[in-house]
Design a protein around this ligand. Sequence first.
Ligand code: UDX
Length: 432
Amino acid sequence: MNISIIGSGYVGLVTGACFAELGNKVICADNDAEKISHLKKGSVPIYEPGLEELIKLNLKNKRLKFTSSIKAAVQASEVIFIAVGTPALENGEADLTGIENVARAIAQNMDGYRLIVEKSTVPVETCAWVKKTIATYIKKGHKFDVVSNPEFLREGSAINDFTHPDRIVVGVESIKAKQIMTDLYQPLNRPILITNIKSAELIKHASNAFLATKISFINAIARICDKVGADIKEVAQGMGLDNRIGRYFLHAGIGYGGSCFPKDMDAFITIAEKLGYDFKILKAVRDTNEEQKAFVLQKIKDTLWIIKDKTIAVLGLAFKPNTDDLRNSPSIDLINALIQEGAKIKVYDPQAMEKAKKILKNVVFCKNAYQAAEGADCLIIATEWNEFKELDFIKLKKKLKRALIVDGRNIYNPKLFMDLGFTYIGVGRGNG
Ligand code: UDX
């Protein structure tokens, strides 16, 4: 099929590259001409495992093209995916300006039937607005369908998530749209759930909100564990073995972050409010996530007493491993809070250093974990990179001024560290 993807960010690039790999002819468009000129040469502006290789391969075999002209993209393709950003406005609401602009541009450039697929994360009823916008600006009486096809890609494993999704959700209003979407995804051989458009839109927000709820729930249980001396790892394992609960997203830590969960929670709470429903559960989930960061800071204070002038090493800056994404990273929030208290901060992350240099001021950027630990009063694990699980802890201890580990992601065995002579503080490991 001839497909266009409007918006060449994480979602757009992964979707475009994967559809090209499946044998379609794909055009990825973006209004950032500089980005497009890099992409044309196979240079990818984001770190996502396997993406650059996939883009280069499909550029070479001419299944993938890049353009800064929406017109060219719209005219060359029957199926057009909208994958532009939907950032949060001040009040938490999703900013849909980009979606409206694209919908209008599609309408103005259509020269025959088009299937417009809404892929960006948007509040329920956005597709209805896209449909109205296209109907308003369309030139001749060309026919079109609008479809909701939310993405469930996780950064760091986005390509695998695209090719092996648990389910593909497609919200449609016409048999033709259903047929095209089924044909498009059929090569993946994964379950396709066909729903109405509003259900599909809601599935996305409801799924992310539920996952965030699981994380805040386990973080709340971790607080209780610390109070009574239970171990959250054991509690989560015992809960997760119940098939109805499942073991995923039950890792306690310094809170969830990233470009999706915090933004989607705000947007979902706001849209619910607009619809006349006070989504109290989600407000509590969001508050618990904020409290979690403050709670870890308090743990550090309870051990170090005075933070001012102490040297603190932070391992991990990205909001989770296998990405260089710092958006809403709890690690960055924690670092800023420590700086406010007067701490001297040394940091190391396997991928996110370049991006961090743009947003973190007055911290020392180190080449590796050992350099960060040198002379530090405390070492914090803020992101669970595999690299940190395999450090030489005896060497690490020699580098530290004080052998104090705050394991903000519970990646270590507390006993092992205590045997090595460290003071070990985890999240819900029963030790304060
Ligand atoms: C998420 C959704 O998983 C994905 O379906 C959606 O399309 C986009 O948002 P992503 O933000 O890439 O994906 O990351 P994810 O792996 O879901 O993690 C989100 C945050 O939750 C991270 O900060 C992570 O550290 C945290 N997390 C996750 C926990 O603290 N505990 C857990 O058990 C799981």
